[in-house]
Design a protein around this ligand. Structure first.
Ligand code: FE2
Length: 219
């Protein structure tokens, strides 16, 4: 843990404005609540197996270390540039733990469609219109080669759609996320097979929790 010892004096509140404990929070809805867009079977595997595995692996990796008592965002930040095997493993599992918790919060039953209020104004300013934002999000999802995530984030110039590969997360780049969609195959393959774009379109049109995104904007 030399890496941690070297930088533990520089801890600051993460740019995302969140401070989450390491752990597996309960899903904010029942496993079947997002049907028919995401099946209970997919949710069961995704939350109960994939997400839990990242949390369990992280807990094991940081047990009895200086990282154990830190918020998840700090663990991500102090390991983001790690090159050693252990540091990379901690980063990957911490980032995937955070990304999944953020993904569950990014959705709700009967969500989706156009947001309103300040968030819609900012989307219009940044993308021209909601439809242009929607297209940018779909294009980013289709353009992500292999596993990863698509995000709406706050950028100095306005809102921006970005994609990250594998476990990478806006938290590690000082960016505040508003929503994310998981585009790892485990997120959609049981329900959509190779039709990733259909899954992401359904996420935008029927599941996005814009109230959660607006709350992030205000943090
Ligand atoms: Fe996932």
């Amino acid at each position: 843990m030399k890496l941690v010892l070297a930088i533990s004096g520089t801890m600051v509140m993460a740019a995302c404005g969140l401070s989450w404990a390491v752990g597996l929070p309960p899903l904010p809805y029942a496993e079947n609540a997002l049907e028919p867009v995401i099946s209970a079977k997919t949710m069961g595997f995704h939350y109960g197996k994939h997400h839990k595995t990242y949390v369990d692996a992280l807990s094991k990796l940081i047990a009895v270390s200086e990282l154990e008592s830190l918020p998840l965002e700090e663990i991500i930040n102090v390991t983001a540039k790690a090159k050693d095997k252990e540091g990379v493993a901690i980063f990957n599992n911490a980032a995937q733990t955070w990304n999944h918790t953020f993904f569950w919060a990014s959705m709700k039953p009967k969500g989706g469609g156009k947001p309103d209020g300040v968030l819609l104004e900012k989307i219009n300013q940044s993308f021209g219109s909601y439809d242009q934002f929607r297209q940018a999000f779909l294009d980013a999802a289709a353009g992500q080669f292999g596993s990863g995530w698509v995000w709406l984030v706050v950028d100095p110039g306005g809102l921006k759609v970005i994609k990250t590969s594998n476990a990478d997360t806006p938290v590690a780049h000082g960016q505040k996320a508003l929503i994310t969609c998981d585009v790892w195959e485990h997120a959609y393959y049981l329900d959509y097979q190779n039709r990733r774009k259909d899954f992401v379109a359904a996420f935008l049109d029927s599941l996005v929790n814009w109230e959660f995104a607006s709350a992030q904007l205000g943090k």
